[in-house]
Ligand binder design. Structure first.
Ligand code: SF4
Length: 347
């Protein structure tokens, strides 16, 4: 066992996180899998509530496999990166049909499931089955980049290959559940992105970045790119009952499979053409202030336009009884609507 692994395991006994809701003895692989998928792009503090809610809605993998996609997306709404939820659902169906509902525990079977990459497969198998598998999530990349002063941006394939080599090198042949949890915990609680707590770090004496006092330089960052900005108008059609028109988005692209308002370019011609196409009787009532929603690759400016749309009912939903998967900006706009008066917003 490397000194790094030994020091980490000793630290874990006293300081590791052992009471997260998906940690049980013996481990429940369904819970571990679910938590790992949720944690792929989201921090533990946010995941805990979503995990607890998800487990109440889908107590077993069979419940998840038998649920409708809408139900799954609704439980996921707010966590973002919705392809994770769809892949989770698809995987549960595959496990039910091809593995009789028993979660596979071989690496090759696991990696073939939708949404499970190398690091997630390693995390599931080490945490739930104590298999000796390396992991390389964002926390681990940061710890190893600093510990070894790995030069270059980890999105580059050569750098990534080197980090995987180091991850394998340090992964012990025993105590794998503890080791994987320990290295993730170290990255999350001590070797933080900004201001790492090196004085409390169990591997500080051999950490090259600490010895060179240049921790902030690792992992090296990608050359900065400025995110472009786009603008859209969201057409908030409300009928005589105050119900709003929502359409299910396609299964590709942003907010895929969620329910949203009709959208169009934010200019007079596009807005008036879209309104005519929806309902010739519809009339603009007001416009809410523009707001910004940021994606990884661009910022989206959204202008909600409240429109009175008489005569229509199909596709319109009662905003007090919505049970649909909604993107965050749509939820935000709905929260601003006056639930009783179609012609008004609360702003
Ligand atoms: S010594 Fe500091 S930089 Fe090195 S692994 Fe520990 S917390 Fe991270």
């Amino acid at each position: 066992m490397t000194d790094f692994a030994k020091d980490l395991l000793a630290w874990f006994q006293e300081h590791g996180r052992k009471n997260l809701p998906w940690q049980s003895s013996p481990p429940d692989i369904y819970h571990v899998w679910l938590s790992e998928i949720m944690l792929q792009q989201t921090q533990v503090t946010t995941v805990v509530d979503y995990f607890n809610k998800f487990i109440i809605n889908f107590p077993t993998m069979t419940d998840l496999a038998n649920a409708g996609e809408e139900e799954v997306l609704t439980s996921w709404a707010g966590l973002g990166y919705y392809s994770r939820a769809r892949n989770l659902h698809k995987s549960a169906k595959i496990i039910l049909s091809e593995y009789q509902g028993v979660f596979p525990t071989s690496y090759s079977e696991l990696i073939a499931l939708p949404g499970i990459g190398k690091s997630t497969a390693g995390a599931i198998l080490s945490l739930a089955c104590n298999q000796s598998r390396p992991i390389l999530d964002g926390n681990v990349k940061r710890v190893l980049s600093r510990y070894h002063r790995v030069a270059g941006y980890y999105g580059d394939s050569k750098v990534l290959k080197e980090l995987w080599r180091l991850a394998k090198y340090h992964t012990p042949s025993t105590q794998n559940a503890e080791y994987s949890q320990a290295i993730m915990d170290l990255g999350a609680t001590i070797c933080a992105p900004h201001k790492p707590l090196c004085s409390r770090c169990p591997v500080s004496k051999n950490c090259k970045a600490n010895l060179c006092n240049d921790q902030a330089s690792f992992p090296q960052k990608k050359a900065r790119t400025i995110r472009p900005e786009k603008s859209l108008a969201f057409l908030v059609y409300r009928n005589f009952k105050g119900h709003v028109y929502l359409a299910k988005r396609p299964n590709k692209g942003i907010w895929s499979g969620l329910w949203s308002f009709v959208e169009c370019e934010d200019n007079k011609t596009a807005i008036s053409a879209a309104i005519k196409e929806h309902n010739l009787e519809a009339r603009i009532v007001s416009s809410l202030p523009k707001f910004k929603h940021s994606f990884t690759h661009y910022h989206l400016w959204i202008r909600p336009i409240i429109i009175n749309s008489p005569g229509l009912e199909k596709g319109y939903h009662n905003i007090n009884k919505l049970a649909l998967g909604l993107p965050v900006p749509v939820k935000k706009i709905i929260s601003l609507l006056d639930s009783s008066n179609p012609a008004k917003s609360n702003e």
